[in-house]
Design a protein around this ligand. Sequence first.
Ligand code: B12
Length: 210
Amino acid sequence: MDFNELKQAVGDLDEEVVLDILNKVMEDGGSEAKDALEACQRGLDIVGDMFDKGEYFVGDLIFAGELMTQAVDILKPALAGTTTESVGKVILCTVEGDLHDIGKNIVRSILEANGIEVIDLGIDTPPQKIVDTMIAEDIHVVLLSGVLTLALDSMKKTVDAITAAGLRETTKILIGGNPVSEEAMKLTGADAWAHNPQHTNQACLDWLKK
Ligand code: B12
């Protein structure tokens, strides 16, 4: 399978070619689904560069988002295991001020496919809504997604709100998305960070089993 062609087709926002290649990946048994997903993500980098250069506009970003959602839907059955038994519940959301949810939705698909129940609070999530849900649903694992640089401030505010509610000692918090790093983890006060949904999956499984 030519994944460079897929990457470029995503970058060119060529829906027909993208869907055609992804459907072929699935017809071939889906063993290359993860490579295909990575190629799509690299294609989105091209979209980001074009946006930076002023050649693409916000409408193109929205279209890229919709294209990526379709891509995940096609690849989803092949992206992870087939577990049906629940291993536990986590909260996942995009933090306050950030409306990007494509990466978050990929993470959710992978966690659910591995038997983790995900309470998805959506985008632009106020810290208090997270705290209220933690209490109402008795949740001890919280995953915060953010794509904008300013998301780091909201992640810190969220960790602070969890601490102020007296829940920090019994909660594991992971931050994910483009701007996160070891340094961001220390700055926000989270327990872990990840760019890769597979790493997140393993961290959740380890935390939920304890
Ligand atoms: C699509 C898109 C949009 C869409 C979002 C649609 C949607 N439903 O999400 C729309 C049009 C809404 C949008 C809006 C804006 N966007 Co925008 N957008 C993008 C774009 C092209 C792709 C983002 C994306 O979905 N990537 C694909 C996913 C799969 O990648 P990801 O989000 O990084 O997620 C992966 C990992 O980070 C990780 N991950 C993500 N979440 C989590 C969570 C956990 C727990 C874990 C473990 C991992 C994880 O796993 C994912 C899979 O590997 C990027 C450029 C780029 N190349 O990234 C710009 C980009 C993110 N946007 C940008 C900007 C500036 C904006 C706007 C301010 C534009 C404007 N002028 O209005 C607004 C901001 C709105 C807001 N308040 O959030 C900048 C951000 C700059 C910055 N550093 O802050 C970027 C980088 C473009 C650029 N080069 O300037 N955008």
